[in-house]
Write a protein that binds this ligand. Structure first.
Ligand code: KG4
Ligand code: ZN
Length: 358
């Protein structure tokens, strides 16, 4: 079965075709196109929803057309790049679309396009929760390879992105229990805000990672909010305030201090994420730990998880998607739709910016 996934929940516009082998229950990416309006947002140091949505209106059709073309499933009737060529029915079996959570203007671009195509092509359409989509990056490989390893349930999944920091227990496909999440800023959001404070390029997460490479993580001690709390919740807004206070005590920020601040902040975020996730893994006696979301692209976080799992002799396999699949992409949406195949009449599909785990 082949599924066309469409993802437009934040500033990316992405379309992907995945091929799912029903017998092996495994998925292979045939194409995964991601267009981003990042450079426009780097000028403002953050995402302006209206600008993101306007760019997505421009990108959506070319991105879908490119994904279909690259998948080699779609044979254009004309060599011209035109809207009419996409109206020809491509040989896909279904359409998967992110319906939330996210920015309403951005979500609407993808949702309304997906509904129109489902109607025009007479294909089933499957609504996908963006957060659940992130988890399914663990069932895919880059570069058109099959994912060979089996993920064993129950699993603990950490979803750590710009908009969310959540821990969920996954008993099987379609059975997800929310355990806890951030009470204020998401980890990525905190890194983005701190990055701006330190004068680093947007987005802050990768910039802080880069600056940290030459920094001393022991120079500044920042709080590890809620690290010992009795629940699986997080809080990252205090960290930003602590960095702001520290920066205000300094006359000027030289490159060395910025690197040390970045490394110390990154360390604090990693400590909390690793401690809480491993606590949940032990409490629920799981058979796998799954990382996902943009912040999971952070190499120091990935390394620390491996190290701690080894140190604690947990013997729980850790699954980490390849870096390009951690950030927003449509392949994870198509894959989530395959493992949770619930076609829904297109008229009933609506964008829901507040959608959460149900
Ligand atoms: O999953 P994602 O692409 O979008 C959301 O659903 O939010 O995540 C974007 C977030 C941003 O906050 C970005 O700073 C962070 O992921 N991020 C990183 C890294 N790459 C992206 N944070 C730390 N280290 C990275 N390498
Ligand atoms: Zn995301």
């Amino acid at each position: 079965m082949t599924i066309l996934g469409i993802e437009t929940s934040c500033d990316e516009t992405s379309a992907s075709v995945v091929y799912a082998n029903l017998k092996n229950q495994s998925v292979k990416i045939l194409s995964n196109i991601v267009a981003s309006s990042l450079t426009l947002h780097s000028k403002t140091g953050g995402i302006i929803p209206e600008i993101a949505a306007r760019e997505q209106v421009k990108y959506i059709i070319p991105v879908i057309e490119q994904a279909l073309t690259d998948s080699n499933l779609y044979f254009l009737s004309s060599k011209n790049y035109s809207l009419s060529s996409i109206i020809n029915r491509p040989s896909i079996d279904a359409i998967a679309i992110t319906v939330g959570p996210g920015l309403i203007g951005s979500l609407l671009v993808g949702v309304e396009t997906a509904k129109t195509l489902a109607y025009a092509w007479n294909k089933p359409i499957i609504p996908v929760n963006h957060l659940i989509g992130h988890i399914y990056a663990n069932w895919m490989m880059e570069d058109g390879k099959w994912k060979m390893e089996n993920i064993l349930f129950p699993a603990i999944a950490l979803i750590v992105s710009g908009g969310h920091t959540d821990l969920v227990l996954m008993r099987k496909h379609g059975n997800i229990k929310w355990l806890g999440g951030t009470r204020d800023d998401a980890a990525g959001e905190a890194l983005d805000k701190i990055g701006r404070l330190l004068g680093l390029p947007y987005p802050g997460g990768p910039s802080i990672e880069k600056a940290s490479e030459r920094g001393d993580a022991s120079r500044f001690t920042f709080p590890r909010p809620m690290i010992d709390s009795d629940d699986f919740d997080f809080s990252f807004s205090g960290l930003k305030t602590a960095v702001l206070r520290k920066v205000k005590t300094m006359k000027q920020l030289n490159n060395e201090t910025i690197a040390d601040l970045a490394a110390s902040v990154q360390q604090a975020v990693i400590d909390v994420l690793v401690a809480k996730t491993l606590k949940a893994a032990r409490a629920y006696k799981v058979n796998s730990i799954l990382l996902s979301g943009g912040v999971a692209a952070n190499q120091a976080l990935r390394d620390r998880f491996k190290l701690e799992i080894g140190n604690l002799k947990l013997e729980i396999p850790l699954s980490v998607p390849s870096k390009s699949l951690c950030t927003d992409n449509a392949a994870m949406i198509a894959t989530a739709a395959f493992f949770n195949y619930k076609p829904t009449p297109w008229k009933k599909i609506t964008a829901n910016p507040e959608l959460y785990f149900n």
